[in-house]
Ligand binder design. Structure first.
Ligand code: TEU
Ligand code: CA
Length: 543
């Protein structure tokens, strides 16, 4: 197997619950993924990342695991998983799984045992401290709102959780915990999976409970010193297998990311979590292109010589980019694809992004499933915000925008299920869907073209990156270059007609148009772009 195969690969993120339901219970499942392997093969992707498929009470849709070595019954069986792995491999698609080891479910046998008494051999698998309602160990706040501590009145202690109370954090300081986790990881790798996406991995180490928070409320559990030893262990284990690893490592800065992802680093790549720079009034916020572009350009620069980027615009925690940066048209969906797919790093495509799927038109809070969105909504009501306004604010950015079922055809349930979907299908499945996007002009076909082009040209893997029009608030433009050639990417990420003056070093070269989502435009000193125009040019270096 080629070393570092992931450097020239394109990933596809599958949210199993919403991808394809094979048995009519309204919930996506592993047989559904198997059924759609030909679709993925035709798209041209190299690996899939599956969001958690392990046994879970589903407080956080699978991110609360009660058995790491069992498949969630709603999704199928271990036999189904092995079948998926085998069939994916047979068509050249690798499979990476979500590794959620910052916390377990409170229904995991370790926590059930731990909770029984202070003397339980599992007590130390988690973080327990003496506490009363009046006096918690500290005033740290969790990501999902409320204290990081939940009291157990039976023992007058509290346990620690950075997410929901049903997601107690594992105590990584305990060698027994580490042993269990490492064994579990080995078990999956021995089964033949191709890697992991490491969930919330920068949170596994916590600061001293007495640490006082200054500005960043999450500083006590964001890439805290001492994490290195655990990451080294993980690296040593991962190095035994020809896999890829991608970390969700919030709080690891672009500078620090070099140490995390260089050749001797802990992981192959990490996702940055800084690019969602928002502007506009709550309820109508959009991505601020200038902010977005500066974040991406900084990560490109800092990881230029050492380290590696994971590229993405959408995932299961964020709204649809075609709504918050595009204008929900096929053209803008194509422009956004061009904008990020040619950066340096390993691109990930989130299910439905390749169709131009959009946010859901929520009209009632009951349509929202995500618990964090409900608590946010209730908090706003308590602050006196009207129901209508609270709904708009919450649903603009709720994670459920991206979790609505995949749109396979124009029927009411989008061909996702023959039953009642667990989350409503976006009504625009009438127009935006796989079946109707078989024509040359579709977003889907455009993605296929971009993927094929990117994989064909090694310049995208190793070539340098230079941002141009650095301060332009609407245009994302850059040059990739290697010994042989240059590639110029020009995208008007706005609904306005825009002008751009190119520098001489660019317009003086001979360029050939390779990709376009609209017009044929020659390179000139003064360029004019129609809304959401996206163009890719190549120039062969003169000897
Ligand atoms: O998200 C975690 C996550 O977004 C935090 O780690 C992040 O650091 C924080 O919000 C600060 O910005 C992952 C999953 O992607 C998400 O779906 C889960 O709900 C969560 O972990 C808990 O497992
Ligand atoms: Ca099902």
């Amino acid at each position: 197997m080629a070393e570092n195969w992931w450097k020239n690969a394109i990933g596809y993120q599958i949210y199993p619950r919403s991808f394809k339901d094979s048995n009519g219970d309204g919930i996506g499942d592993l047989q559904g993924v198997i059924e759609k392997l030909p679709y993925l093969q035709e798209l041209g992707i190299d690996f899939i990342w599956l969001n958690p498929i392990y046994a879970s009470p589903n407080v956080d849709n699978g991110y609360d695991i009660s058995d790491y070595q069992a498949i969630q019954p709603e999704y199928g069986t271990m036999e189904d998983f092995k079948e998926l792995l085998e069939k994916a491999h047979a068509v050249g698609i690798r499979v990476i799984l979500d590794l959620v080891v910052n916390h377990t479910s409170d229904q995991h046998p370790w926590f059930i045992e731990a909770k029984k008494s202070k003397d339980s051999p599992y007590r130390d698998f988690y973080h327990w401290q003496d506490a009363t309602e009046q006096k918690l160990p500290n005033d740290w706040q969790s990501f999902f709102g409320g204290s990081t501590w939940t009291i157990d009145p039976e023992t007058n202690q509290a346990y620690f959780h950075v997410f929901a109370p049903q997601q107690p954090d594992l105590n990584w300081k305990n060698p027994k915990v580490r042993d269990e986790i490492y064994q579990m990881i080995r078990w999956w790798l021995d089964l033949g999976i191709d890697g992991f996406r490491l969930d919330a991995i920068s949170h596994i180490q916590k600061a001293d409970w007495k640490m006082k928070i200054k500005d960043n409320p999450w500083a006590p559990f964001m890439n805290v010193s001492g994490i290195d030893a655990y990451m080294q262990d993980l690296k040593a284990l991962f190095d035994e297998y020809p896999i890829m690893t991608v970390g969700e490592a919030s709080g690891v800065t672009s500078k620090k990311a070099v140490d995390w992802t260089k050749e001797e680093g802990y992981l192959d790549m990490i996702f940055e979590l800084e690019h969602n720079v928002r502007k506009g009034i709550p309820g109508q916020e959009r991505i601020d292109l200038l902010g977005f572009k500066k974040v991406l350009a900084r990560w490109q620069k800092h990881l230029e010589h050492e380290g590696w980027n994971a590229l993405y615009i959408e995932n299961h925690d964020n709204p649809r980019f075609n709504t918050v940066l595009g204008n929900e048209t096929a053209k803008s969906a194509k422009a956004l694809a061009v904008m990020y797919l040619f950066l340096k790093g390993t691109p990930f495509i989130y299910q439905g992004q390749e169709l131009g799927m959009t946010n859901f038109p929520f009209t009632a809070i009951e349509q929202v499933d995500a618990k964090d969105s409900h608590s946010y909504y209730n908090r706003l009501l308590a602050e006196g915000v009207s129901e209508k306004e609270a709904l708009a604010i919450v649903t603009r950015w709720t994670r459920d925008n991206s979790r609505t079922p995949m749109q396979w055809d124009e029927t009411k349930n989008g061909g996702f299920t023959s039953g009642k979907p667990w989350l409503s299908v976006n009504p625009n499945t009438a127009e935006i869907n796989v079946a109707s996007e078989q024509d040359d002009d579709s977003v889907l076909n455009f993605y296929k073209q971009l993927i094929a082009y990117r994989k064909d040209e090694k310049i995208f893997t190793e070539g340098g990156f230079d941002l141009i029009a650095v301060n332009d608030p609407d245009i994302f433009a850059y040059v990739r270059s290697n010994q042989e050639k240059k590639v110029l990417v020009l995208v008007n990420v706005s609904e306005k007609k825009r002008h751009l003056e190119l520098p001489k070093r660019i317009y003086s070269k001979k360029w050939q148009l390779k990709i376009s989502n609209g017009g044929q435009k020659p390179i000139a000193k003064q360029m004019t772009f129609e809304p959401y125009d996206a163009l890719v040019f190549e120039s062969v270096n003169q000897k």
